[in-house]
Structures are given as C-alpha cells and as structure tokens.
Design a protein. Structure first.
Lengths: 242, 480
C-alpha cells in the first residue's frame, strides 16, 4: 500500500502560539511512515467569528478551508475544537449554499483530529513515547461532546512508558476557555479554570494534558499568573517524548 | 410580552457579585452537585435511557409541528368534562383572566402552587395590586416570597439559600425559633400555610403536562401542596404555557420517567396528579376548574423553525445543575425568571432580543447541557444561533477600552484570514509589537480590548518566536 499522505491543519493558535505542537505531530506521523504536507495557504477554520455570532465573516474564512486540501488523503488537526468546527458546524454555516456543502461533503470524511487519526485510521496505540510523570487528561469539550472522542487519547496515553495516568474528579467539566467566552465572561472563565486546576492538583498531577491549544493556553495562563506547581502539555508534545 | 423588570444584560455585574460571595458559591456548588449526582445515580438503573430521550424528543417535535391541533383537542376534551379553558396571548391577559376568576369566586386570598409561568407573567404582583393576597405554598417558593426574590432555579427556587439563611428568614418574618433542622423548618412553613389552605377561595397552579387526548392537566411534585391547592379551594385555575401539551395519555409514561430522574433523580416524584375537570357528583375537588393557556411569546418562538426546539423543554432543571456557568453565577444573574442554559434560550424569546442580548454569550458552549437534556434540545446550537441573531439585530455597545467595534474587528480579522500573505505579514508585525508587552515569553497585561479581558485574570503566552509556517519553510518542508 502506498504511504498515506496527511495534510496538517495546524490551526491558527497552533501556528502562532504553539508551533512545537505542530512539529511534534509531524515527527510522530513520520515515525509512523506517513507522508506529511503543509499547505501554507491555510490560516483559520473560522470558529472565532462563528462562536461570536458573526456568520458572514466566519463563512468567508471557512469557505477557504474547503479548497486547501483537495489532494490529501487525510487532513489532521491537533485540535478537537477546530476539527469540530469543520466536521460539525460547517454544515450549519454553509446551510443554503449547495456549492459549499458539496465541497464540505468531500472534505468531512477525510478530516481527523490527531488522536482519533492515530487510533481510528493508523490503528496505532503505542507511538513509542516515554514520559515518566504523573499526568491527568482533560477532556476538552468539543472533542468530547461534538466529536464523541474520549477513549482515543486515553488509549494513546496508557501506552506511554513510565507514565502515571490519574483521573480527575469532574474530568468532563469544562475548563472555562470557551473561545470568546474567555474574554466576554473573563471572571467566570477564570473561576472555572481554577476549579479545573484544583481538580488536577488534588489528583496529584504534575502535568495536565489535553488536545486543544485553546484550553491549554487558558490553563497555562492561569498557572503562570498564580505561580502554581503544575504544567500543561499538548497530547502531541507528550507523545513525541522519548 | 412580559416587559417588567428584566435585568438580563446585567449578567456580568450580577454574575461577578455572585462569584465574590463565598457563602453563595458554596450553596450553589453543593446543591447543584447534589442534584447532578442524584440524576446520575438514577440513570444507572434505567436501561434504554437514550431510547427514552429519543422518544420524549420525538413526541415534543410532533406536538410542536401540530400544536394548533393538540391545543384544540385538549380544550375540547377538558370542556367536555366541565373544565373552562381560557386563551391568553400576553402575560397581562393571563393575569386579567385569573383576576376575573378570583373576583367571581369572591376570593380575597389565593393559595399558589409552584408555577414558573406565574412568575413569568408576575401574577402575584397583579393580584396584590387588585387587593388579593397570594401565598406561595411550595416550600422553596414560600421562602423566596418571604425574601422578596425571584426563583434562583427552575425546580429549586431557593437553591441559593442554606438552612441557616432560611432559619434567619423564618425568624424574622414568622417569629419562629432559630433552627437548622430541615424537618423543623418545614414544620414552621407547614403551620403558616395550613391556615391559608383552609381560608383561600382560589387555588392557582401550573401544569407539567397537558394531555390532549383526554383534556388532563398533570402536575408533578414532592410536597403535596399542589394537590392541596388544586383540590381544597372552591375554584382551581391552572396557568400553563402552550408548549406543555403532549399528544396521548400513554405518552405520559415516557415523560414521567424522564422528568423525575432528570430533575431530582427520582424514579417518580412523591405525587403525580391528573386533573380532568371539576369535581363530579360524589367526588372531592373544586367546583370549578379553569385552565389558562398562555402564549406570551411562545407562538413567535414556534414560528421560528430553529428556535422552536426550545419549546420542547419540560423544565426539569438538569441543564442548570450541570452547567459550569450556572454553578458559578447562579440563577439571579440571568436577570429574569428562567436561568441557566435553558433560560439563556427562553428569555430572549419571551422578553425580546435586545433586553436579553448578553444571555446567549453566557456559555462556554461545552455542551454538558445538551448531554443531560431529557428532550434532547441542542442547546449550544441554539445559543450559537441566537448569538448570530444578536449580532445581526441587537448588537451590544462597544466596550470603552475597545479600539475598534467588535463587528469592525471581525471584518478586519476575516480580511486578514482570507489572505495568507496578509496573515503572515500580520503575524510578523505582531511579533515586533509584542516586545512592548512580553517578558520571558509571557504577557502580563495588554490594555486593549479584548486581550485586556484575558489578562485581567490570566497571563497570555507571547507569540512563539517563529510561527509554524516559518519553521516549516526554513526547514525545507517535506525534507525536514
């Protein structure tokens, strides 16, 4: 069988704030003998505008995504939220536009979140990682409830050598990021984040791992402001460690 | 339309006040968690819960698609059994109908069972203005009536109060001895209420379900006060929103199974009453039974094919108990009668978009509400829809520290995101610009909205020295 090609959808937050996450995705996929491409014409999936109610602006940006990955066997994004945007929310955004909906039909089946791609498509649970720390996995909400992905990240984590995986109480509770919610209701957002960090600390975690850079940016920002003895890490970064 | 006191756009201030109140935080945290856990326990022993939800949702869809038919069927069947059916387009009309019934019954005192519709139309105020005294007989409602507050929760109106709060309230208003024992507190309320039940000439209730096929009003409760209100006084009037219809009597089985478990984690509540007309010869019950079918904005919601789904709600309160935002800001922050995720949907429908424009944004869109909703309302989806309606028709004023309005910013953002070259240029410029704010890869404060709101309580990571696309290009892309 020919090597599958994967086009990386880095996401705008990933591109700008956490390029190392993208690098780790590329490394892991290459180790698994996957050909990775990156189309530099990509920017954002359109979610910030969609989430805030600006559908026209969101649509203009989202429509571009439909044309970026014509040649790739698969598209992989290290984000449950951006993947949800493409797979779940695009049809709503493009409602009444058969041309765009048609293009979306051709993309949606090839668009995967990173952990889902490893488990469901490559059928790999052990990526050869080693990470000798106590880690709590945070289910980011879009990944969990829009895509229904709870097990794939845990399967991958369970295979990591040396890892001590702990579960938090209320592990399905939102961390409070919520896109523009984080700046529209900053105090509530912060209070929710504090609960999440408390749960991680109580579980004895050194690291809080998740698949969404938005949640991690929010939680890391809180940790840094408050000087807490806790670290955040993206799943792809953790799985790249050896 | 209810145009009384709507404070929904003050949700930010009200919510922050709640956040700062440790006592209140603990009350909400422990109560919502208790209800949440009870529900979770109750679901464990129900095989086919998902099928039940599917069925409940499908039934509600059927009702909403043929509401006119079912309403008429209900009215015909109830009238055939001697009940009197009234139609109220607005809250004022509904209040006027109840007042007229009270006047004809010669009732100066009214006992009330818990009814969110009566809160919505401010019936107590209307009765009081006409010189009729209304007493709430649900324990939670009785408490908040004494406190002069609105319900803080759809199912548990006094959820925000601890036993100590209730004790102090009773001591002040009922001159009772201070106590924090639930049984004793209930006893104090019971003694105060018993007298009223005997005196009142009119009982007012809500209704959980209206069965079209039989003309039956179904009420669900734990305290027995609804049964009292609907049977002891000579006249009973039920105020019910038109969305409470269900088609057939057999469908009640589906809804009773999901309602109790979702609301309080009970298989069934202690009392389920089915009222079909006034008393017949040789029976107990009221001489007259009236049902006021209340529109008050619901027909407009029905006409909106997207928002129609919000009318499926059976007011179980599960979405409140599970919502991380509700748990923090509490019910009163929503500024009107209905709170939590469902309140953020219903309020803009009933009071208008402009006075409730902030509510659809009071959600992280985590989807926990949708997960627990027994009639499968896609709450996040509807909130997103309302957000677009707000931006289209009732946008918020620009925050003072914003350099640009939100719409202008979003247009600018879209213009950049559509042009990769502009995006790359922008990201390079931002890396130059952030030097002013960043210290060791972190930014502590940005004075401009919206980043200013981020840095109020959190640090912001600085943009990485090089973006992913820069790294990819520098390393020769696929050769890396």
């Amino acid at each position: 069988m020919a090597k599958p090609t994967v086009a990386l959808f880095i996401t705008c937050i990933g591109d700008q704030f956490f390029p190392q996450v993208g690098e780790c995705v590329v490394k892991i996929l290459r180790r698994l003998d996957v050909e990775v491409t990156f189309n530099p014409a990509q920017t954002c999936c359109g979610q910030p505008a969609f989430n805030t109610g600006y559908r026209q602006e969101a649509k203009e940006v989202a429509a571009r995504v439909l044309d970026l990955f014509e040649d790739a066997d698969y598209v992989v994004a290290p984000s449950g939220s951006c993947t949800s945007m493409v797979r779940v929310f695009y049809p709503e955004l493009f409602a009444g536009d058969p041309g765009l909906l048609h293009k979306w039909e051709r993309l949606k089946g090839r668009f995967y979140e990173f952990s889902e791609f490893l488990i469901e498509v490559l059928k790999v649970e052990d990526v050869g990682a080693r990470f000798a720390h106590r880690v709590a996995y945070h289910d980011s909400c879009h990944l969990l409830r829009e895509l229904g992905i709870a097990e794939p990240p845990r399967k991958l984590l369970r295979q990591v050598r040396g890892i001590d995986l702990v579960e938090m109480t209320d592990d399905k509770l939102c961390c409070g990021f919520g896109g523009t919610f984080s700046v529209k209701f900053p105090e509530v957002s912060v209070a929710m984040g504090e609960d999440k960090l408390r749960a991680a600390s109580q579980a004895g975690a050194e690291f809080l791992v998740a698949n969404d850079s938005g949640c991690l940016m929010h939680l890391a920002g809180l940790i840094h402001r408050q000087g807490l003895p806790l670290k955040t890490i993206h799943l792809a970064e953790l799985l790249e460690r050896r | 339309m209810a145009g009384h006191e709507v404070h929904s756009n003050e949700i930010h201030e009200l919510g922050n006040r709640a956040l700062a109140d440790e006592h209140l935080q603990e009350a909400y945290r422990s109560s919502t968690l208790r209800l949440f856990n009870h529900r979770r326990e109750a679901l464990r022993e129900v095989p086919g819960w998902e099928r039940l939800r599917e069925r409940a949702s499908a039934l509600k869809r059927e009702v909403m698609e043929h509401l006119d038919y079912y309403l008429e069927q209900f009215a015909d069947n109830l009238e055939r059994r001697g009940g009197q059916v009234h139609w109220a387009t607005t809250g004022e009309e509904a209040c006027a109908i109840v007042l007229e019934i009270a006047r004809r019954a010669g009732a100066r005192e009214v006992v009330k069972a818990k009814s969110m519709v009566s809160e919505e139309i401010e019936l107590n105020q209307a009765l009081q203005a006409a010189g009729v005294r209304a007493v709430e007989t649900d324990l939670g409602e009785f408490i908040i009536q004494l406190a002069g507050e609105r319900p803080a929760h759809i199912v548990a109106p006094a959820i925000h109060m601890t036993r100590g709060d209730v004790s102090r309230l009773f001591t002040r208003h009922l001159q009772s001895e201070p106590t924090e024992e639930p049984e004793k507190l209930t006893g104090i309320a019971r003694r105060a209420l018993r007298e009223m039940f005997a005196q009142a000439g009119l009982g007012v209730s809500g209704g959980n379900f209206l069965v079209a096929e039989t003309g039956t009003v179904v009420t669900v409760e734990n305290e027995g006060n609804i049964r009292f209100c609907t049977t002891a006084p000579r006249v009973h009037v039920a105020l019910v929103g038109i969305e409470k219809l269900i088609p057939r009597f057999q469908d009640l089985g589906v809804f009773l199974r999901v309602l109790g478990r979702s609301g309080t984690g009970q298989k069934l509540t202690s009392y389920t009453s089915m009222l079909t007309g006034p008393r017949r010869p040789g029976e107990d019950g009221p001489e007259e039974m009236h049902v006021v079918l209340v529109d008050n904005g619901r027909v407009a919601t029905l006409a909106d094919p997207k928002m129609r789904e919000a009318l499926y709600c059976i007011r179980c309160g599960a979405c409140l108990n599970t919502c991380p935002v509700y748990r923090k800001i509490g019910g009163h922050a929503y500024g009107w009668v209905y709170s939590g995720p469902i309140g953020a949907l219903v309020t803009p429908q009933l009071v208008g978009l402009q006075p409730a424009r902030e509510l659809p944004f009071a959600s992280s869109l985590c989807g926990a509400c949708r997960e627990v909703c027994p009639v499968k309302i896609n709450i996040p989806d509807l909130l997103l829809h309302l957000r677009s309606e707000v931006q289209e028709n009732a946008p918020a004023p620009q925050p003072p520290e914003a350099l640009l309005g939100e719409r202008t910013s979003m247009r600018l953002w879209a213009a950049v995101m559509k042009r990769p070259l502009l995006y790359s240029l922008g990201s390079r410029l931002a890396r130059w610009g952030q030097v002013v704010f960043a210290r060791q890869a972190w930014i502590r404060r940005i004075p401009f909205y919206p980043a200013s709101r981020w840095t109020e309580g959190r640090d912001l990571p600085a943009l990485a020295p090089k973006s992913f696309r820069q790294l990819w290009k520098a390393e020769g892309g696929s050769r890396k």
